[in-house]
Design a binder for this molecule. Structure first.
Ligand SMILES: [Zn+2]
Length: 410
């Protein structure tokens, strides 16, 4: 059994110990340790042993194993240093969770099923759907308890006492008569194996972050102490930058962003109308150069280049623009549109076809020939086939050839 000095010397950061065993070449077993092996929803401690990084700590049958990143030397006596900043924050988060859970239970009759600290966030799983107003009320009250600076008592309590006084039932393992209890006088009394700061005041502050709901379950995320401070510092800095950019007060940020979003939507819809108008003008230009086929159809070929379409925002919109052109050109029966477009240096788009009602036209043969020339992939129906290719240098020739074939075919 490893002597758990972290329970007795909660605020000690360094220790000396003897090596008793090495497991799988990297797991160090010591006679005593300050490294908490994890439990009660609290992750294990990290740090260094003789300058070697401790990457994981776990307990098996009372023996604590310290997994080191590299262990290539034979160690007998060691000096361990725990990552104190991280541990202290864990103790703040952990007691913060106790206080929050106690307020929810005492004031609102809400049970916390599970607490955990992971990825820098503390969370509580509640046994019902809880309104955010209640969570905010609990947040306020939890902070009042913190600022009363109530001492935290830790002791072994009789199982029967725990059943009587605790908001949480003790472990039901046979043969266990006493269990470690964490008590905040007048606030909370629960069995717990984790590490907590000695007074509620050391939690500093609790900040509710967000809540996720399920059918009959709520997960509440909170941040406490240093975790809350670091998180809020980033948020305040960002909010300040937004305030300067929007020249507004902190309480106006959301309204201003909402206005901006609405403005953007309006600009996007106006943009769409403008594009359609430009497309109409271009349609007229294309039709003025259109050719008459042997069968009396109007063949309208056109090759566009992204360099001439700088008024369009991005590649996706260039493709949409070509599609608008196609739609406009093929509104009239008897027009066969053969459109190609260089989307960027390496990519091309082609769309060939006619009016949806033109049953005697099938562009697929000429489309496939053009597609081959631009080494593309695509398909479609006899009246609308489209695809993408990778040879912009062949695009003009591909469309010209399709035009020549169309003049004879249709
Ligand atoms: Zn605890």
């Amino acid at each position: 059994m490893t002597e758990k000095i972290f329970y007795k010397s909660l605020y000690q950061t360094e220790f000396d110990a003897e090596v008793l065993d090495v497991i799988d070449g990297r797991g160090l077993v010591l006679d005593r340790t300050l490294f908490y092996p994890g439990g009660g929803g609290q992750p294990c401690d990290l740090g260094f042993i003789n300058g070697l990084e401790v990457v994981n700590v776990y307990e098996h049958d009372g023996v604590i194993v310290h997994e080191l990143k590299d262990l290539n030397i034979n160690l007998k006596k060691v000096h361990g240093v725990i990552d104190w900043a991280r541990r202290f924050e864990m103790m703040q988060q952990h007691l913060g969770e106790h206080i929050f859970a106690a307020v929810l239970y005492n004031k609102f009759n809400i049970n916390t099923l599970r607490m955990r600290i992971e990825n820098g966030a503390a969370s509580l799983d509640l046994d019902k759907v809880v309104d955010e107003n209640i969570i905010r009320e609990a947040e306020s009250e939890a902070n009042e308890i913190i600022w009363k600076n109530i001492p935290v008592e830790v002791f072994n309590a009789d199982i029967e006492d725990i059943k009587k006084f605790s908001r949480k039932q003790p472990p039901s393992k046979a043969g266990i008569k006493a269990v470690r209890v964490v008590k905040i006088s007048g606030v909370d009394y629960v069995p717990c194996c984790g590490l907590h700061v000695k007074n509620t005041g050391e939690v500093g502050v609790i900040k509710f972050v967000k809540a996720e709901h399920d059918k009959n379950f709520t997960r509440v995320y909170i941040k406490c102490g240093r975790g809350a401070f670091n998180w809020l510092s980033v948020l305040v800095q960002e909010a300040h930058k937004i305030q300067i950019a929007l020249t507004c007060g902190g309480h106006e940020i959301y309204n201003r962003v909402e206005t901006l979003q609405n403005d953007l939507k309006e600009i996007a819809s106006r943009n769409k109308i403008l594009l359609e108008q430009i497309a109409l003008m271009q349609t007229d230009k294309i039709m003025s150069k259109a050719l008459k086929s042997q069968g009396g159809f109007i063949i309208a070929p056109e090759v566009l280049d992204y360099k001439d379409l700088k008024f369009i925002k991005d590649e996706e919109d260039i493709i949409n623009y070509v599609k608008i052109l196609f739609k406009e050109l093929t509104k009239a029966l008897g027009v066969i549109a053969l459109l190609g477009c260089k989307i960027n240096k390496e990519r091309t788009f082609i769309i060939f076809g006619s009016n949806k009602c033109a049953k005697n036209i099938d562009v697929r043969k000429i489309f496939n020939e053009a597609l081959k020339m631009i080494e593309g992939k695509g398909g479609g129906s006899g009246v609308c086939a489209q695809g993408f290719g990778s040879k912009p240098e062949n695009l003009i020739e591909a469309v010209n050839k399709a035009c020549e074939s169309s003049l004879k075919l249709f």
